[in-house]
Design a protein around this ligand. Structure first.
Ligand SMILES: *Cc1c(COP(=O)(O)O)cnc(C)c1O
Length: 428
């Protein structure tokens, strides 16, 4: 039986009159699965409570930041303490240095770091720095990877191995994407070919080391190795976008997990502990090109905001003091095994790295954007709503990663598997 959600329905109708599409970020509108979004009253550990009073087990975690679940006491306390001192000063505080030092201590390749207010801003700033540092213009990205709504990175996947980018959104001038090369994820040969043709003009390569924005797609070892080899050979910078993977797959992010060393790293989500934070960092000789140490301009009125720094610090300290990664791996493995069993009679691929996962409804393994797009999105939409009506909140698109948090327990995993078995039993 579908859950009635009259208050959410009313709230959405009201929001539609005041806010484009009723939401402040498009993924929230449930467009990919049809129907209307639920409006949230509060979070509680692993749960969301909507304004109709329904409780859901949350596998979205605000799209990644909430690795400690909702309202972790240490984070709440830190933000309260900071708030009582003042919300913003536009002048340095020691909190900023403390968070910078902690990031440097935890992420192997980061020697210096600059705070901004979103992942988008961090990616945009890292690209400007890569171009300013190398004196080159061309940026390489991979189809299906998302780096925020940066003009130059809003480019579609080309079906051929190498295509000059065409803007995905109206409002992005062709000029903005003319220097963006879009390659296939997990295709080392495509990378070699692109560098042979354009290597001397490439400022940087930006990549999600584990892709989470086309659903969860792990990298091949060859792909990661070739990324480092080609960028080094041609003097281009390797930029890991760890907005999603940073502090999630390991304390040191995907780069620590795979033993890789990018030149620059883009951070967001967990680093802000649920408040708006992004950061970019890396080799000190590169970071010293950022103004006022160097000539590459980048600024922000609320950058290093004390409330956000406090939330980020509390989150990273909790992860450092009580690393949850072995436990999250175990929970993830159990959940994945259970979901595979529940989907055994259907074409499917459960893909997972640590606490990030996607159940793809497709027969072939998903290795890049083209194989991801073979998934049965109509089946996913039915699965999504079936789970919603059983109190399980999943990302509302086949092409998004789901997340576990430290607030999830064995019991929650078992309940999720039971719900999936029920929902998928109706599929043939
Ligand atoms: C979420 C995300 C971004 C954008 O971060 P925002 O804070 O939403 O601007 C960039 N890169 C990756 C990999 C992301 O997952």
């Amino acid at each position: 039986m579908p859950m009635p959600r009259p208050r959410s329905q009313q709230a959405f109708e009201r929001a539609l009159r005041a806010i484009p599409g009723g939401v402040n970020s498009p993924a929230r509108a449930f467009g990919a699965v049809g129907g209307q979004p639920i409006f949230i009253d509060r979070g509680d550990g692993p749960f969301l409570v909507d304004i109709d009073g329904h409780r859901y087990l949350d596998y979205v975690g605000s799209w990644g930041p909430l690795i400690l679940g909702h309202r972790h006491p240490r984070v709440v306390q830190a933000v309260e303490d900071a708030l009582h001192k003042g919300a913003t000063f536009g002048a340095p505080t020691e909190l900023e240095t403390e968070l910078a030092e902690l990031i440097i201590a935890l992420v192997p390749s980061i020697e210096m770091v600059r705070m901004v207010s979103s992942g988008t801003e961090a990616a945009m700033s890292a690209l400007r720095l890569a171009r300013g540092f190398t004196g080159r213009d061309v940026i390489v990205k991979f189809a299906g990877c998302y780096h925020g709504h940066v003009d130059s990175l809003l480019v579609q996947a080309g079906s051929s191995a190498t295509t000059h980018g065409v803007p995905t959104s109206p409002g992005v001038p062709r000029n903005c994407t003319a220097d963006t090369l879009v390659l296939r994820f997990n295709d080392p040969q495509g990378l070699v070919d692109a560098f042979r043709l354009h290597g001397e003009r490439i400022a940087g390569v930006i990549v999600e080391p584990v892709a989470g924005n086309m659903g969860l797609v792990p990298p091949s070892a060859d792909f990661l190795t070739e990324l480092r080899r080609q960028t080094e050979r041609y003097g281009a910078l390797l930029i890991y976008d760890e907005v999603m993977t940073g502090f999630r797959l390991a304390l040191g992010g995907a780069q620590a997990l795979f033993g890789q060393k990018p030149d620059l790293t883009v951070l967001g989500k967990i680093v802000g502990g649920g408040l708006p934070v992004g950061a970019y960092g890396g080799r000190a000789d590169i970071m010293k090109h950022v103004m006022p140490a160097g000539p590459v301009f980048q600024a922000g009125t609320l950058s290093g905001n004390p409330l956000a720094m406090a939330a980020g610090l509390a989150t990273l300290r909790e992860l450092r003091d009580h690393p949850p990664y072995a436990r999250l791996e175990e929970l993830g493995r159990r959940l994945a095994d259970g979901l595979r069993e529940a989907a055994a009679h259907l074409p499917h691929h459960l893909q997972r790295v640590g606490s990030m996962w996607t159940l793809f409804f497709t027969a072939a393994p998903v290795v890049d954007y083209d194989t991801a797009r073979l998934a049965d999105t109509a089946r996913f939409a039915r699965f999504f709503w079936g789970m919603m009506d059983r109190g399980i909140y999943l990302p509302c698109s086949q092409f998004e990663a789901a997340f576990l948090s430290t607030a999830h327990s064995d019991e929650h995993i078992a309940a999720t598997i039971d719900a999936a078995r029920e929902v998928l039993a109706a599929e043939k």
